[in-house]
Design a protein around this ligand. Sequence first.
Ligand SMILES: O=P(O)(O)OC[C@H]1O[C@H](O)[C@H](O)[C@@H](O)[C@@H]1O
Length: 381
Amino acid sequence: MASLSLRLAATMPSVGPGKTMSVMSTTESGGCSGGREAGVRHLVQNGHFSVPAAVQVTRSAMSSIPVSGSSSTSPLRAVSSKISAEMSTAPSTEEPELETDPIVLWNRYVNWLYQDKDLGLYLDVSRIGFSDEFYEAMLPRFEDAFKHMKELEGGSIANPDEGRMVGHYWLRKPEIAPTPYLQKLILDTFDRVQKFADDVISAKIKPPPTPVGRFTQVLSVGIGGSALGPQFVAEALAPDNPPLKLRFIDNTDPAGIDHQIAQLGPELSSTLVLVISKSGGTPETRNGLLEVQKAFRDAGLDFSKQGVAITQEGSLLDNTAKIEGWLARFPMFDWVGGRTSEMSAVGLLPAALQGIDIRGMLDGAAIMDESTRNTTVSLIL
Ligand SMILES: O=P(O)(O)OC[C@H]1O[C@H](O)[C@H](O)[C@@H](O)[C@@H]1O
């Protein structure tokens, strides 16, 4: 994986004032990496540091970085905020001084900057005040975490209370789901979501006769994990002029519910209502649904022709939608936690209805997952 070569360490020998030193990037196999250097150079070129090139740094150049306080080259001093005593397994619980030496800070930045060029992701933990000893003391925990992650992705029962697996990773890479049945379930659900959204956007699926003859708005009724993902994605990824506009009823505040319905106005007749609840029995969501159904009745509209349920099969919501003959039902899987459900129908359907490329979303998440499987935390020590 490309990401493997990106978790690199750079070494920088200590030098005296005015001397030049080199930043050498190394890969896991010990070779040089253009990736790391290019990334650091990119940051330099983008004005993060006033040095001529990432590979040649002088103390005089570094002195242009504003710092205050005493100077030290000790790598064990804190850099900024301190780690709380109960979190730290480091031998000393003394509060370290803040590091101020620009060379040490630079080394630390170069050593700890994580970058994944494919994803365009940079993570700089170098200003978090952990010491080398703290990092070493944490290594067994890192290993333990990676071991558990592997078991989790293999389908272990990770939620003993509910006796269920935790498999949202499989949603973006169905081939790693533990059984062919689950793989097929994921793929079939994706296809159904994509087709339904395409049909709504192209007006193949339309509301009962309305002046515009197609759905123009989406109203999502759901709370917590059944709302936050779709809200975030709508903020981050929706085009400026989506084919359908998405709004939310995400709490039980009566004034807020009335406000959303009032804003829809006559467009209620061309509104697709998504009722999203993993359990299918959350009272707040049920309240929202009852209010929306009343608004439909008051406007002389048939809610069942415009309602869609996303929930676990056999839940109260699922049974309601089935008995009332709603427009569509999509499954929520028991092995996907509510707060990690964005890549299930919970998040994919609202995203697709806004014209977002949901295949691309899944592919991006799969690359991110792959990065988290790299067990090399650092090559520095
Ligand atoms: O998706 P539902 O079963 O309706 O649950 C919706 C939400 O309910 C509560 O707020 C829980 O604390 C959340 O974790 C959950 O996401």
